[in-house]
Ligand binder design. Structure first.
Ligand SMILES: NC(=O)c1ccc[n+]([C@@H]2O[C@H](COP(=O)([O-])OP(=O)(O)OC[C@H]3O[C@@H](n4cnc5c(N)ncnc54)[C@H](OP(=O)(O)O)[C@@H]3O)[C@@H](O)[C@H]2O)c1
Length: 320
């Protein structure tokens, strides 16, 4: 699936390309499934400038069909996954860097592994490292029926937090509750969301997890208790405009961070720790990854239309 130009989903086109060559530190994988992510939308739209044409997708799982000369950790036949393939994963075969590839336990299906890697490791660093969620704390999770959202809710509940989720429809409200959210607010129906969050909590939350961005940023800030943290980890509704740091002072010595996964899996040890805990929890049945839709390669553009059009719950995957 090639992005032939910068633009909307209409620039996506299936093309027949030669199977790529691998370098000495790389693997060739027969792709079982590939994750559909906003990161791919941002690249296709030029928000993250990327020369075109390029094969879309960075996240996948599948079986190794060739290994580079210097690779010692993996062998042909292994089932592996990555959240950061260098040259496109919405394809029948993809090149992976061994350094950013992890083994998939036998009890986790490649489809679930492909669905879990990016969003699951993001949720993991957000609740363990960007902010350490503790038992009894109140937290806010926007888009709580979404891919990252459902995983954040589950991981925070497992730590004993009280979770306020926001969603954009009645159907999504059910999904957020099923994931474990204690209170679910319909942000499309509430005029003063920050006041609503403060009302249902002890005056505000310790941390607001915001992957929606432009539409929710102000409410996230207004929902925080004194010295609370806003973890702005995405921009599903658009990028947040420039911001005056003095506002953090006035609102209660608040913290603002804009984290991204690559800085939380920068070493092999950290990657293996996060992926190991994530895939281990899925294997143990304590973490559920909802696959909200499966699309063949030819329908990848529809997958992005659905994701960007706010029509999805859980995680979408491409099954070539
Ligand atoms: N920083 C990182 O490390 C990292 C890693 C992974 C993902 N992310 C980010 O996390 C966010 C969520 O990603 P995801 O893949 O899990 O997506 P998702 O949450 O499954 O889908 C996005 C959801 O955002 C909500 N939304 C509100 N306003 C929207 C708008 N104007 N347009 C589109 N969606 C809107 C919708 O839920 P409602 O209908 O309930 O409002 C929508 O379903 C994205 O911003 C993504 O870039 C960041």
């Amino acid at each position: 699936m090639v992005a032939t130009a910068t633009g909307g989903p209409e620039v996506l086109e299936v093309q027949s390309l030669p199977v790529p060559e691998i370098g000495p530190d790389q693997l060739l994988v027969e792709v079982a499934a590939s994750g559909v992510n906003f990161k791919d939308s941002y690249r296709r739209e030029g928000v993250y400038p990327t020369p075109t044409p390029f094969v879309v997708g960075e996240e996948c799982a599948g079986r190794v069909i060739a290994v580079g000369a210097d690779v010692t950790e993996f062998a042909v036949g292994d089932v592996v996954a990555t959240a950061s393939a260098p040259a496109g994963t919405h394809a029948t075969a993809a090149v992976l860097d061994a350094a950013t590839t992890v083994p998939v336990p036998a009890s986790v299906s490649p489809e679930v592994a492909a669905a879990a890697m990016l969003q699951g490791m993001a949720a993991h660093y957000l609740v363990n490292s960007t902010y350490q969620v503790h038992a009894g704390e109140e937290i806010l999770v926007h888009a709580a029926a979404g891919g990252v959202g459902q995983l954040l809710v589950q991981m925070a509940k497992a730590k004993g937090a009280r979770v306020v989720g926001t969603v954009g429809s009645a159907a999504k409200e059910q999904v957020a509750r099923a994931a474990g959210a204690d209170v679910v607010l319909r942000y499309d129906e509430i005029e003063d969301l920050a006041a609503a969050v403060r009302d249902v909590t002890d005056g505000g939350v310790a941390v607001a997890y915001d992957g929606v961005g432009k539409a929710t940023f102000e409410a996230s800030l207004g929902s925080l208790r004194r010295r609370g943290l806003l973890a702005l980890f995405g921009a599903a509704s658009g990028q947040v405009p420039p911001f005056d740091p003095q506002r953090l002072n006035a609102a209660g010595s608040l913290f603002l961070t804009r984290p991204t996964l690559m800085h939380y899996v920068a070493t092999r040890d950290e990657l293996l720790w996060r992926a190991g805990e994530l895939l281990g929890a899925i294997a143990a049945g304590s973490l559920h990854v909802m696959i909200g839709g499966r699309y063949p390669l030819e329908r990848a553009a529809d997958a992005y239309r659905d994701l960007e059009g706010r029509r999805t719950t859980g995680k979408l995957i491409i099954v070539p």
